[in-house]
Ligand binder design. Structure first.
Ligand code: PGA
Length: 253
């Protein structure tokens, strides 16, 4: 049975610690990770210590720096995250790429995360789709670069999140279809297979992210064949998030 991973990315929300605590407690009450479904929340880094002690939901970070320690003002090291009980780290989210993070930074971050024994969730996805299918080359480049510093035996620890930029956030052009996610899932596996082996590629989890809610979540799992979901807005509301998890559970094979 394949295990589904549902990750909530809170981004820079909520702005009050009190609300963060309340939402997190509600989520842990309503949703428990099971053998079939793992849940992770990536809150703003400052809130991570508040949630360290919980046992039902895994913790993720929204970012990390690629050096171990030293004079890097404003950065957070992988060991600091590890000490807070963090298991997953988002890397290469389009909102960070927009702020200047490039493929080289991303590959260095992935390398240090894997060496520390944590799991990188590598976000890839095109800005727009074109008739000539150039967007596939773009995503291929992102994947190859993400794997460039990773030894083959560590590739199975990588998690990829296909996040088409046009489908993210409240200003999204439209939602992606489960068919579009499925095609991209096959493509990502093919690219990874080409740079490693088909078996290694099979063990890599692929999530879908971009306007996932309680209505479409099940579709991405059932018809899209995704191994999980990366959820932004809908993870900030415990009720909505728990409905989303329920619908995923019903739709998994
Ligand atoms: P959204 O964000 O679910 O609010 O579209 C997803 C993401 O950016 O990871």
């Amino acid at each position: 049975m394949r295990e589904i991973l549902i990750v909530g990315n809170w981004k820079m929300n909520p702005i009050s610690e009190k609300v963060a605590q309340k939402t997190f407690v509600e989520i842990t009450k309503k949703i428990k990770s099971t053998k079939a479904i793992s849940i992770a929340i990536c809150p703003p880094a400052l809130y991570l210590p508040l949630f360290k002690k919980n046992k039902s939901v895994s913790l993720g970070s929204q970012n990390v720096f690629y050096e171990k320690e030293g004079a890097y003002t404003g950065e957070i090291s992988v060991q600091m995250l590890k000490d807070l009980g963090v298991k997953y780290v988002l890397v290469g989210h389009s909102e960070r790429r927009m702020l200047g993070e490039n493929n080289e930074d991303i590959s260095k971050k992935i390398s240090i995360i894997l060496k520390a024994g944590l799991f990188p969730i590598v976000c890839v996805g095109e800005k727009e789709r074109d008739e000539e299918h150039k967007y596939l080359q773009f995503v291929e480049q992102e994947i190859k670069s993400a794997c460039s510093l990773v030894s083959k035996n560590l590739i199975p620890k990588m998690i990829f999140a296909y996040e088409p930029i046009w489908a993210i956030g409240k200003d999204a052009l439209r939602q992606a279809t489960s068919e579009e996610a499925r095609e991209m899932g096959i493509f990502i596996h093919k690219v990874i297979s080409d740079i490693s082996t088909p078996n290694i590629s099979k063990s890599v989890k692929i999530l879908y992210g971009g306007s996932v809610d309680e209505k479409n979540a099940g579709e991405f799992i059932k018809n899209g064949g995704m191994d999980g979901l990366l959820v932004g807005r809908a993870s900030l509301n415990a009720n909505q998030f728990s409905k989303l998890v329920e619908s995923t559970e019903k739709n998994k094979k």
